[in-house]
Design a protein around this ligand. Structure first.
Ligand code: SF4
Ligand code: SF4
Length: 416
């Protein structure tokens, strides 16, 4: 792995003019206003119920929906340029004066502010706080305003407004949340999606904590999930969490594509990290496993390009543009988000010494990528686990603390 300067990263990733993307055109906003996408999603509500199989039972679906509970927390964030109606109402009730009188949340005086005398130490401490609050990875960059959405589109209420980022928000803390490989291998069922959903719930809580922590230091902080306020993946690349893969998601050196992302924007003076290069671009050029296995053929088989495939692609970044319309059509047919490309990506593996060694070879012997792709297929990593296993994964042991893992019953292939 090598660190890159931002200029080197710019030459690698940016191939055209980056016009600020409009949140209205993200695929999670379009179902609210775009008849074409509404028609695609009609399938979800109108199909007739069939007998549920393992991985799609009511219990499996309940697991997935419960895992997603925390994601709505972002609606309560009041510090964005365009806060939701819920956040505006809450701000009227939870005034600083009322909060100051509440002994459970008694706060430092409003004018108390941490003076930043040692940004290196402060950066180190902020990263430690992020890990303590639940992030698995964290990096810092100066806020690059090209990634800030030109307009916000309320995913809950459809409010649509131009979005200008106040100038005091100069830095971004970008965090990653690991998804457990063994859970992702239950793809494409509700169970695998529970793991992705749980990642979004975890980020809502960690983000709220880190934003509150910074505010208590007397500085500005704005909590943002993956899909709001700004495009996250280029920021995650700039802070050195990983690199973009053919499937359009971030690939992290330890966790592959099994990583969810959030960011907190802040006025706090921090020291930026650097982008990294560990062989993803070359490997994806050879691999194409996700493009071959994508059930809707949404993933680009060709060379990287800065040209969008439809209005949900942000132009300018040199990448393999994913056709989000085809992707969401597949989600509609399955009645849930699809996790196949995340799960079968050869970079998405447990962080064992064996896989660390393979990653080292991928990084340092890039000419041998086609061999590593073949080996990944031969070892059967593309095959899913039997979803019937999930509910037997742990044996509850109340007297011994949490839970003890029991032997896996019918894994499709052994974990290396
Ligand atoms: S499956 Fe292969 S081509 Fe697709 S993102 Fe992963 S490494 Fe790249
Ligand atoms: S989520 Fe599923 S449908 Fe969408 S790009 Fe990935 S594999 Fe294809």
């Amino acid at each position: 792995m090598r660190k890159m300067t931002l200029d080197q990263w710019e030459k690698k990733y940016v191939a055209g003019e980056i016009r600020r993307f409009d949140q209205k055109y993200t695929m999670f906003a379009r179902p609210q206003w775009d008849d074409k996408i509404k028609e695609l999603l009609r399938w979800v509500t109108e199909r007739s119920p069939s007998k549920p199989k393992a991985g799609y039972t009511l219990q499996d679906q309940a697991l997935r929906i419960a895992s997603r509970t925390g994601t709505q927390m972002h609606l309560f964030e009041a510090d964005r340029p365009n806060p939701s109606a819920v956040a505006r109402d809450l701000a009227k009730v939870l005034t600083p004066e009322r909060m100051a009188r509440n002994i459970m949340v008694s706060q430092p005086p409003a004018d108390e502010k941490l003076e930043v005398t040692d940004p290196v130490k402060l950066t180190h401490d902020i990263k430690n706080a992020a890990i303590y609050f639940g992030a698995d990875m964290v990096g810092i960059c100066e806020l690059d305003r090209r990634w800030v959405y030109s307009h916000s589109y309320g995913l809950g209420d459809g409010e649509y407004n131009p979005q200008e980022m106040p100038k005091e928000f100069q830095y971004a803390i970008v965090m990653g949340y690991h998804e457990e490989y063994e859970m992702l291998r239950y793809f494409p069922t509700y169970i695998a999606d529970a793991e992705t959903s749980l990642g979004y719930s975890k980020m809502a809580i960690t983000n709220a904590y880190i934003a509150k922590f910074i505010k208590m230091l007397g500085h500005k902080a704005m909590s943002c999930s993956t899909n709001d306020v700004a495009v996250t993946i280029p920021m995650a690349m700039q802070v050195g969490l990983g690199d973009i893969g053919r499937h359009g998601m971030l690939i992290a050196p330890r966790y592959g594509a099994g990583i969810r992302l959030s960011k907190v924007l802040t006025s706090l003076l921090l020291i930026p990290d650097q982008p990294i290069d560990f062989g993803v671009t070359e490997f994806c050029a050879t691999c194409k496993v996700c493009a071959e296995r994508c059930p809707s053929q949404a993933i680009w088989h060709g060379e990287r390009t800065a040209e969008p495939r439809n209005e949900s692609n942000a132009p300018g970044g040199l990448k393999w543009p994913v056709d989000a319309e085809k992707c969401i059509g597949q989600w509609a047919r399955q009645g849930k988000p699809c996790t196949i490309c995340i799960s079968i990506c050869p970079f998405t593996k447990p962080d064992t010494s064996f896989h660390r060694l393979v990653r080292w070879f991928v990084d340092n012997m890039r000419w041998a990528d086609s061999f590593f792709v073949k080996m990944d297929k031969l070892l059967g990593y593309e095959k899913p686990r039997d979803p019937a296993d999930f509910w037997d994964r742990w044996e509850p042991q109340p007297s011994k603390g949490p839970r003890v893992k029991i032997r896996k019953r019918s894994a499709v292939n052994s974990e290396l």
